[in-house]
Design a protein around this ligand. Structure first.
Ligand code: GTP
Ligand code: MN
Ligand code: MN
Length: 385
């Protein structure tokens, strides 16, 4: 018989922001199950429960080996009783009955379909579910009252639930770059969100925009949006003004993780030809050919809808904004928890406040912020907590 493999000893820190979490890891068969339970808890607005499952999953993502037995988990932090029970079941039976029954439940599937509509949160979806609605088709059929975001969400439902590829993200980067440079020369545009962490697909594309001259970025968003609208590139947009200066509750303590930057939630109209133009010789992903030889994708249309988030930050807050908009969501949450619980500091996407010294800590790079927080620097590609 083969000698039993010895599990390498790992030191697992308890905050996700103290660990390196790569995108590709060894325990998807466990983390995907735990994340179904986390998602289900979010649908019932049970945040504590959801975070507990997400923390457990995140610990397994940081492990350098495949978990095969329960004793390999004994020194790991964040694994609660419930998560351990689920993991044990999967290790023994291959699946967890709780996870499978959740996945298959009418409620979970309806909540997933309804919250999959842009502009619809758990609360609205739950109300609709209790009224007997199950899908976006049901919303149309029963003539539900929808706000502008939700109307766009229903209209572009299929496109917006089709993952955005890296190539599409690059084409959109070029468009955003062109728009921003046209209205404010010298502006700096950074791709943030999942694509900055190295993800190959995303649910949207996120950008952060600034200008080295403080103040030059003020009221920039309407100009960018106008430029994009003039070019016919926007299907939907909602711009929110910067409310940071007017806010009364202190800059480093925004309610939840919402920040007050000038920002725009949008839906771009992306021409497929632009995505395919530099790869005509490669096998095309489009299956629809037309008689005149033009390529058509997505049920016969030459374009598709893509969610894009644009955020404008003053240069002095750029490092905080970059860190705050790179994610992952759990990584961000853990950074703020670390700052508060371990350092007596308050971190937001605008600033870092040291309560003991009673002053804001200056930073011009993400590295500065990690250093202020007493954390080892973790690069974006290892923030996939
Ligand atoms: P996908 O888009 O699903 O591929 O993943 P993602 O990590 O890019 O998620 P998302 O686009 O939802 O968010 C990107 C980052 O922006 C995450 O770190 C979020 O925490 C952050 N974020 C999203 N909305 C807000 C917000 O209102 N305020 C702040 N400060 N951060 C936000
Ligand atoms: Mn994103
Ligand atoms: Mn986003």
């Amino acid at each position: 018989p083969k000698p039993t493999e010895v599990t390498p000893a790992v030191i697992m820190k308890s905050y996700a922001c103290q660990r390196r979490t790569p995108l590709k890891h060894h325990n998807s068969f466990l983390t995907e199950a735990l994340e179904i339970l986390a998602e289900n808890a979010e649908f019932s607005e049970n945040e504590g429960r959801s975070v507990a499952f997400r923390r457990s999953a995140s610990v397994l993502k940081a492990l350098p080996y495949v978990v095969r037995a329960m004793n390999e988990l004994k020194d790991l932090p964040c694994l609660g009783e419930h998560s351990l029970r689920v993991i044990k079941e999967i290790l023994e039976d291959g699946t967890s009955s709780e996870v499978e029954s959740t996945r298959q439940s009418e409620q979970f599937q309806a909540m997933k379909a309804l919250t999959g509509v842009f502009g619809v949160g758990a609360r609205t979806a739950d109300r609709w579910f209790r009224e007997g609605l199950r899908s976006p088709e049901d919303l149309i059929r029963t003539g539900q009252k929808l706000n502008h975001a939700q109307q766009a969400g229903v209209q572009y439902y299929t496109d917006l639930n089709t993952p955005v590829t890296e190539k599409e993200a690059m084409v959109i980067s070029d468009i955003v770059e062109k728009a921003v440079k046209a209205v404010l020369p010298g502006a700096i545009i950074t791709l943030t969100g999942g694509f900055r962490r190295g993800k190959e697909v995303g649910h949207d594309v996120d950008f952060l925009i600034t200008h080295p001259e403080e103040g030059a970025e003020e009221r920039l968003m309407p100009k960018i949006v106008n430029w994009l609208e003039d070019q016919g590139l926007l299907l939907y947009q909602k711009t929110t003004r910067n409310s940071y200066l007017e806010s009364k509750d202190g800059p480093a303590r925004p309610p939840s993780n919402m920040d007050r930057f000038e920002r725009c939630f949008s839906i771009f109209k992306l021409e497929q030809a632009q995505v395919n133009s530099d790869t005509r010789l490669e096998a095309s992903s489009c299956n629809f050919g037309t008689t005149d030889g033009t390529q058509e994708c997505h049920s016969g249309s030459s374009w598709r809808a893509v969610r894009v988030d644009l955020v404008v930050s003053p240069y002095s807050q750029f490092a905080f904004a970059t860190l705050g908009w790179t994610g992952s969501k759990l990584f961000e949450r853990e950074l703020r928890r670390w700052a508060g619980q371990e350092k007596g500091m308050s971190l937001s996407s605008h600033a870092l406040y040291d309560s003991k010294q009673q002053r804001y800590l200056h930073a011009i790079s993400e590295e500065d912020i990690f250093a202020h927080l007493g954390l080892e620097y973790i690069p974006p590609s290892e923030r996939n907590a």
